[in-house]
Design a protein around this ligand. Structure first.
Ligand SMILES: Cc1cc2nc3c(=O)[nH]c(=O)nc-3n(C[C@H](O)[C@H](O)[C@H](O)COP(=O)(O)OP(=O)(O)OC[C@H]3O[C@@H](n4cnc5c(N)ncnc54)[C@H](O)[C@@H]3O)c2cc1C
Length: 400
C-alpha cells in the first residue's frame, strides 16, 4: 500500500517511520526546500510522546538535545526585583516524564529515524487530490496513492483541498503568539527570563545547541486581529503596537525585529473538525486537531496521533475506511481532553490584571519551593488539566 504524507515536521516523520516499519511504501512531500530550520520554538514532549519516541529508538538523542533550561526568572511590570523559579520542579509538577526541545531538533531526530526507508520530496506541494487519490503537485508529475494524509499543520493544505477553505470551527482562544530570533548573547544559558504585565508576556531563552536566542511573545486580545497569516510586516507592526514603549528590555528585543532571520506570528486558535477523514484522505497532528499552539501539548498529541494512525492502518490491513474510523475513535478522548486543557491554560497563562500577574508569579514560585513530592501531590489533584498527559492511556500496537 502506497501512502502519501503532506508535511515533514513532527507528525509526518513519526507517521512515516511507523508505516514503513509495518511494510507500507511511504512518500512525504514537504513545501519547504529542505527540512525546516525555521528558528521555531521550544516544544514539550510529555509521557505518551516520550514513550513512543523511546520505541523509535530516538529518546537518547532527544534528551541530549533538550533545551537544558533550569531556571525561570520572572519580572512583574514595574517591580525591579525578579522572582526565581526552579524550572524542573515546575515541569515536574506537570509530568513525571517530560522533555523540552526545539521543534526543529525534534523534527530532525524523527526524520533521521526513518529517512532511509521513506521517499522525501522537498520544495513541493499537493495541488489536487481526486476521489481515488490521484494526486497532482506543483512540480512533480501526477501520481496515484492508496491513501493521502495531511500532516501539514494548523493551516493544512490537504484539509483545505479536501474539506474546503473554511473547514472546521476555529475557536479563537483570546490570544496571540509570536517568536523572533535575537543574538545568543541576549539570553543567559540555562535560564528563561520572562517579563509579565497584564495581558502581555514576553520571554527570552536560548539552548546549548542553538546559535541564537528566541523571544516568545504572548498577548491577549478580545477581538481577532486583522491580518493575513503570510503578511509578516503587518504582524510585526501588530507586535510592536502591543509591546513597544513599556519595558526597556522588551524594547531592546523588538529592536531586532527588522533583522530577525526567523519570525512566527499566529493566533492561539483551537481547531475543531467533526471528522478528520474523507474517503482515502485523513489528517494527523495540528492539521486535524490542533488544541492551540503552546497551550495544549499539541506536539505530544501529534506524535500520539501519528502512532495510532499507523497502528490502525496496519491492523486494518489496508481497509482505510475501517482504519480511519478506528483512529478517530482512539483519538477522540485525548483530543477532547487536550482541547479542554488548552482552553484552561490560555485563560491563565497571560493574566488580565496586576493581581493576576502577581498570582501567576507566586503560584510558579510556590511550586518551585515546595518539596518535589508535595508539588506532585498538589498537581495530581489537577490530573484532568496540568497532568493530563501523564494520565493519558493509549492503545499499543505490535509490529507483527
Ligand atoms: C510559537 C509556538 C510555540 C509552541 N509551543 C509548544 C509547546 O510549548 N509545546 C507543545 O507541545 N507544542 C507547542 N507548539 C505546537 C507545535 O509546534 C505543534 O503542535 C507541532 O509542531 C505539530 O506538528 P505537526 O507536524 O502536526 O505540524 P507542524 O509542526 O505545523 O508541521 C507542518 C509541516 O507541514 C509543512 N507544510 C505546510 N504546508 C504544506 C504544503 N502545502 N505542502 C507540504 N508541506 C506543507 C510545513 O512546512 C511543516 O513542515 C508551539 C507552536 C508554536 C507555533
Amino acid at each position: 500500500m502506497h501512502v502519501l504524507i503532506s508535511g515533514a515536521s513532527i507528525s509526518g516523520p513519526v507517521l512515516a517511520y511507523w508505516l514503513t516499519r509495518r511494510g507500507f511504501d511511504v512518500t512525504v512531500v514537504e513545501r519547504a526546500p529542505a527540512l525546516r530550520k525555521t528558528g521555531g520554538h521550544a516544544v514539550d514532549l510529555f509521557r505518551p510522546a516520550m514513550e513512543i519516541s523511546e520505541k523509535m529508538g530516538v529518546l537518547p538523542r532527544i534528551e541530549e538535545l533538550a533545551t537544558g533550561t533550569d531556571r525561570l526568572t520572572m519580572y512583574r511590570e514595574g517591580v525591579p526585583q525578579p522572582t526565581h523559579v526552579d524550572y524542573h520542579k515546575l515541569t515536574g509538577s506537570m509530568s513525571d516524564r517530560h522533555v523540552e526541545i526545539m521543534r526543529d531538533d525534534l523534527s530532525e531526530a524523527y526524520y533521521d529515524a526513518g529517512r532511509d526507508d521513506v521517499e522525501y520530496i522537498f520544495g513541493d506541494s499537493i495541488t489536487a487530490i481526486s476521489a481515488d487519490a490521484e494526486v497532482t503537485f506543483e512540480h512533480a508529475a501526477p501520481r496515484r496513492f492508496d491513501v493521502v494524509i495531511g500532516a501539514d499543520g494548523l493551516h493544512s493544505n490537504v484539509r483545505r483541498l479536501v474539506f474546503g477553505e473554511d473547514a472546521g470551527r476555529t475557536s479563537f482562544l483570546g490570544g496571540y503568539l509570536a517568536v523572533q530570533s535575537v543574538p545568543k548573547s541576549f539570553a543567559p544559558v540555562g535560564e528563561m527570563v520572562v517579563r509579565v504585565s497584564p495581558g502581555r508576556l514576553a520571554g527570552i531563552y536560548t539552548a546549548q545547541p542553538l546559535d541564537d536566542a528566541r523571544v516568545l511573545f504572548m498577548f491577549k486580545s478580545k477581538e481577532e486581529l486583522q491580518y493575513h497569516y503570510r503578511d509578516v510586516p503587518r504582524q510585526k507592526e501588530l507586535l510592536r503596537n502591543t509591546f513597544a514603549g513599556r519595558d526597556a528590555t522588551v524594547d531592546s528585543w523588538l529592536d531586532e525585529l527588522d533583522h530577525t532571520p526567523t519570525f512566527y506570528f499566529d493566533s492561539i486558535t483551537q481547531l475543531q473538525l467533526d471528522t478528520w477523514s474523507s474517503g482515502r484522505v485523513t489528517l494527523v497532528g495540528d492539521a486535524g486537531y490542533c488544541p492551540g499552539p503552546a497551550v495544549g501539548g499539541s506536539t505530544s498529541i501529534a506524535v500520539l496521533g501519528a502512532y495510532i494512525l499507523a497502528g490502525e492502518l496496519a491492523q486494518a490491513k489496508g481497509d482505510y475506511a475501517r482504519a480511519f474510523a478506528a483512529y478517530e475513535a482512539e483519538m477522540d478522548d485525548p483530543v477532547r481532553r487536550s482541547r479542554a486543557m488548552a482552553r484552561g491554560i490560555a485563560k491563565g497563562l497571560i493574566p488580565n490584571s496586576r493581581a493576576g500577574v502577581w498570582a501567576l508569579i507566586h503560584a510558579a514560585q510556590l511550586i518551585s519551593v515546595l518539596p518535589a513530592g508535595l508539588t506532585k501531590t498538589v498537581a495530581r489533584m489537577n490530573s484532568k488539566t496540568v497532568r493530563l498527559y501523564d494520565t493519558m492511556r493509549y492503545k499499543e500496537y505490535s509490529l507483527n
